[in-house]
Design a protein around this ligand. Structure first.
Ligand SMILES: [Fe+2]
Ligand SMILES: [Fe+2]
Length: 285
């Protein structure tokens, strides 16, 4: 990953989550994660839009891992003696209301930034919870989430290198999503119950935005820190992002190149050495 575990670790100042006294709060948190994992399974949808076999293989494995994460959160709820319950409308909106329209938006917005955000929330629970089994379950899950973030980062960085014109559009969309997280932090600041971990949540959200900024800089989506972007520059990127989606909408109806059109030119197929060195039989020339 482009950020280390240390860089993504928030200092909760020694605050702890107790599985008994914080049971209801933990159950609420696990139900938000549970919803997120169910949306994670839907990465299977990107098999149809995968540009190459490596990406398709990754998404199929990821879907299996997200199914395991669903089971993980169900198990944690069971350990807590709690039940699955609906997620908060804001969480539902942030995870399903902003469906990306293309592979490049998916790897940047959902995988690098979105799963990066979930990863940091999981690190936060691991670092504060006083329960061995729950921590062990989450430790296993984060290893897989780290790979999902890494894939999103690598693919985003490569896409921006190959097609620099993508940069401003991805930046515009990233500005809107980080603005949403900032607003959420500001909204929470005066409304949280008195709890040592919860009272740190607005600062934690600010910290996740700082990490998202580092990630965007390291992927090459952002060329200078947010603070150095002028309001006009930001507005232009956002207009480009949303303008592009309006302009390209009619073209989405046109058939795209799918793996079934491209697999014979795919690096994963071309790189396989033929053991006999012979040309394959072609029935049609
Ligand atoms: Fe997951
Ligand atoms: Fe994931």
């Amino acid at each position: 990953m482009l950020l280390t575990r240390e860089e993504m670790t928030f200092d909760f100042g020694g605050a702890r989550l107790d599985p008994a006294s914080d049971r209801k709060l933990l159950a609420w948190m696990m139900n938000q994660f549970l919803y997120g994992e169910v949306t994670g399974i839907q990465c299977g949808r990107w098999l149809y839009d995968a540009p190459d076999l490596e990406a398709a293989r990754f998404f199929s494995r990821q879907a299996v891992e997200e199914f395991q994460h669903v089971d993980n959160f169900l198990r944690i709820l069971e350990v807590l003696g709690e039940h699955p319950a609906p997620a908060h409308p804001m969480v539902r909106f942030l995870t399903t209301g902003m469906m990306p329209a293309s592979f490049e938006e998916h790897v940047c917005l959902e995988m690098a930034l979105g799963e990066g955000f979930v990863l940091m929330a999981l690190y936060g629970v691991i670092d504060t919870i006083d329960h061995e089994e729950i921590r062990a379950i989450l430790q296993r899950a984060v290893k897989q989430e780290e790979r999902h973030v890494d894939f999103g980062e690598r693919r985003t960085a490569a896409l921006v290198r190959e097609r620099p014109s993508l940069r401003r559009r991805l930046l515009g969309l990233s500005l809107v999503s980080t603005w949403g997280v900032r607003r959420l932090g500001a909204f929470m600041r005066s409304r949280l119950p008195d709890h040592p971990v919860l009272s740190k949540l607005p600062d934690f959200l600010k910290f996740t935005v700082d990490c998202a900024e580092k990630r965007l800089l390291r992927m090459g989506v952002l060329l200078k820190p947010f603070a150095q972007l002028g309001p006009l520059e930001k507005a232009a990127c956002i207009a480009e992002a949303y303008g592009a989606s309006v302009l390209t909408a009619p073209f989405r109806l046109l058939p795209r190149k799918r793996l079934t059109d491209t697999y014979l030119r795919d690096p994963a197929v071309l790189q396989r050495p033929r053991e006999d060195g012979e040309e394959p039989i072609r029935l049609v020339r």
